[in-house]
Design a protein around this ligand. Structure first.
Ligand SMILES: [Mn+2]
Length: 433
């Protein structure tokens, strides 16, 4: 990936005489000396490709010149024995293509100098109190030098609209990585389908997925896997994953790996014993029909909400046909009668973050899809186990089908297409195992 190009694109959007400050992620303590696994800030990685903590990128655009300055951990042999290799400021300049680099301890002193005579400071204001305070302190220091003729910044600008619009449109290198992540996850889902047996615990399938992804070159999951069997499939963000899988259960797995800081996000729902029951199949095929139609609605010129509208139409009509809803379909959609069974949206952006950045609306209108955007298409149906408004035979069935879809010039490309999703394909794959 070309991180220098990412910085140049951001520079071109910054106003003349401005400064942008993008910190790395912090290490989070789990307990005592044990930390949670470190994940770099997506914004910071996008602009640097640098994976260390305790770092900060400062971009200065002044008098026609653009400077990229990194602050990072000094090379200290004793510390490297404990926590591993550090690049250090000297090597960073060449390796990351920077104008300059310094020890992170020098940030407080150097930042006011970099800010001097800049009109605005771009940052993720409000995202982190400590960084807000650090930046404001720097601005105050510049103000103290006013009598020497130095101008202090007068505006605090949000960096997100600039940076996140760039991240929303993926270039070819990013698409290749996302396709790889999606393909690894697709195969991991197939491994879980082949492995499942009633009597296993949900976390064993979670383990199958992680093992497969690691084996194929993914160091981390993009998010905590959801492995919900039976009624647990109706819990949208179920992550306990600690129940025993029973004969006759459907299993909903929402899991995706990360490759080089880019996410995949796939959901499949399949029967523990390899055969869908009549009711499971009826609801499953309804969700699948909605998913196929929604994917067809992904193309340049259509807006972000069109796939969701397609899903609402098909699911509501289907729920009426199956007798779970009664009334006129258009009225039911208008009154959101589908909400007890389908309470989430159909899509979100996908990229470095699983729920990726980028605006969904522009001037109050759903934005148009354009080539290079990646979104999920993930309709579902969830019949609560205690819903006495429907026949008992439907209760406790939860289904979601989710794929990762790239918008192309011609229409779309399903990055996660490898994993089967028709009833026939799934039953065949499971029978072969
Ligand atoms: Mn998703």
């Amino acid at each position: 990936m070309n991180f220098i190009q990412h910085r140049e694109a951001l520079f071109s959007k910054m106003t003349e005489n401005s400064l942008a400050v993008i910190p790395s992620a912090d290490i989070h303590l789990r307990n005592r000396d044990a930390d949670f696994p470190f994940r770099q800030s997506s914004d910071f990685f996008y602009l640097t490709g640098f994976t260390e903590d305790s770092a900060c990128l400062v971009l200065q655009k002044k008098a026609g010149a653009c400077q990229s300055v990194l602050f990072c951990q000094a090379k200290v042999k004793e510390m490297e024995i404990w926590t591993g290799y550090r690049l250090g400021p000297d090597a960073a300049v060449d390796q990351l293509g920077l104008t300059d680099a310094f020890n992170i301890d020098e940030l407080a002193v150097k930042l006011p100098t970099l800010m001097a005579d800049c009109d605005q400071v771009y940052a993720a204001w409000g995202a982190d109190k400590a960084w807000d305070a650090r930046l404001i302190e720097s601005i105050e220091k510049v103000k103290l030098k006013a009598r020497t003729g130095v101008q202090a910044p007068t505006a605090m600008q949000a960096i997100e609209p600039l940076l996140h619009e760039l991240r929303l449109i993926k270039d070819d290198a990013e698409i290749d990585i996302m396709a790889k992540a999606a393909d690894i996850s697709a195969h991991a889902h197939m491994a879980a389908m082949k492995q499942v047996k009633p009597g296993m615990f949900e976390y064993q399938l979670e383990g199958t997925i992680r093992h497969y992804c690691a084996d194929q070159g993914s160091r981390f999951d993009a998010y905590t896997s959801i492995v919900g069997s039976g009624e647990n499939a109706c819990i949208l963000h179920y992550t306990h994953n600690d129940q025993e899988i029973k004969e006759g259960d459907l299993i909903l797995i929402d899991a995706g790996c990360e490759v080089n800081h880019y996410a995949s996000d796939i959901t499949r729902t399949f029967p523990a014993n390899g055969r869908f029951s009549t009711e499971q199949k009826a609801l499953y095929e309804l969700v699948l029909q909605a998913q196929f139609a929604a994917i067809e609605a992904v193309k340049p010129g259509n807006d972000f909400n069109q796939p969701h509208e397609v899903v609402l139409q098909i699911l509501t009509q289907g729920l009426v046909d199956l007798g779970l809803l009664n009334g006129d379909v258009d009225e039911l959609i208008k009154n959101e009668a589908y909400k007890p069974f389908y309470m989430h949206r159909t899509s979100h952006w996908l990229g470095m973050d699983v729920h990726d950045v980028g605006a969904y609306k522009i001037d109050g209108q759903w934005r148009e899809l354009q080539a290079g955007m990646v979104l999920t298409i993930e309709p579902g149906l969830y019949i609560a186990p205690d819903d006495d408004s429907v026949d008992v035979k439907w209760r406790g069935i939860g289904i979601r089908i989710e794929d990762d879809v790239l918008v192309t010039q011609e229409g779309h490309r399903v990055l996660s297409a490898r994993v089967p999703k028709t009833v026939e394909e799934i039953e065949r794959l499971m029978a072969e195992a």
